[in-house]
Design a protein around this ligand. Sequence first.
Ligand code: SAM
Ligand code: ZN
Length: 279
Amino acid sequence: MPAPALPSQVVAALRCSVCASPVQLTDRTLHCPQRHTFDLARQGYVNLLHARIPAGTADTAPMVEARAAFLASGAYAPLADAIASAAGPCSGLIIDAGAGPGYYLAHVLSKAPSAIGLALDVSAVALRRAARAHPRLGAAVWNLWEPWPVADGVASVVLDVFSPRNAAEYHRVLAPGGRLVVASPLPGHLAELGDLVLAVDARKDERLSTTLGSHFVRESTREIVSTVPFTATQVHDVVAMGPTGFHLDRDHRRERLATTPGGPVTLAVAVSVWRRKDF
Ligand SMILES: C[S@@+](CC[C@H](N)C(=O)[O-])C[C@H]1O[C@@H](n2cnc3c(N)ncnc32)[C@H](O)[C@@H]1O
Ligand SMILES: [Zn+2]
C-alpha cells in the first residue's frame, strides 16, 4: 500500500510550528521559507512538535490499541452518527482536536464528500492510525495547549471528542460562522464500571459553558443515552483506552479488569454545537 501523504488543502492550512510561516510539501518533507523542516513519517502523519511532552499526556500504544479495538466493535457508532449530524452538511476543512485514531473524523468525512480533515493529537501512535483512517485526512502531532500550527480562519468545523479544550485556538482557526462540535461524558457514563473509570463531574456541563462561553455561543445539545450489553472484551477496552489506562497498575486495576465480566453498561454523552462569536 502506498504511504499516505498530507492532502494539499491540509498543507495549505498548516503553519510552521517554529516561525508560523506557510509551509510547502516537497517529496515527503514539509518546509517553510526559513528552512525549518518536518519529515512525514512512513505512516503518513507529520510531527510538528519541538518540545517534550509530560508523561501521561499522549495516549500510549496499549491505550490506542484498546481504543481502536473498542471503536471497531461499533459500541460508539451511534455517537459517531450524532457527531456527523451535529457537524452538518459541511465542506472545507474539519479539524479534529485530540483526534486519537481518527475514528470520528473519518466518519464525518465519509458523510461530507467535499470536506478535508486535519487530525491533531499529541500521540504519534494514535496518529499512525488516523493517517490511514480516511484518504481525505491529514494528521499532525501537536500539543493542543500551545498555539496551533494552523492558519487563522481556515476551518469550517472543529471537533472535540473527549479531548482537551482550547477555546481561544478553536476560535482563531475557525472561519467566521464556523461551528464547534463537542462530545463530553454526562454523569452516569460507564457508571457500572465503578472506580475502573473516572467518575464524571456532576458540574461538567457547567464547566464546559465556562470554558467555551467567552468565544462561542451554544446552539444545541443532544444527549445520547442508552444501556448497552458490553462483552468482557469491550469492558476491558473501554477502561484501558480511557484516562485510567495510564494507571492500570494502581489499585490492582489490571487484575480486577481481567476478571470483570461483561454486562449492561450505561453510555451517556452530550454532543453540543457551538457557533463562533464574531468579535
Ligand atoms: C480520550 S482520548 C479521545 C480520542 C478521540 N477523540 C476519540 O474519542 O477516539 C484523548 C486524546 O487527546 C489526546 N491529548 C491529550 N492531551 C493532549 C494535548 N495536550 N494535545 C494534543 N492531544 C492531546 C490524547 O493523546 C488522546 O488521543
Ligand atoms: Zn519556519
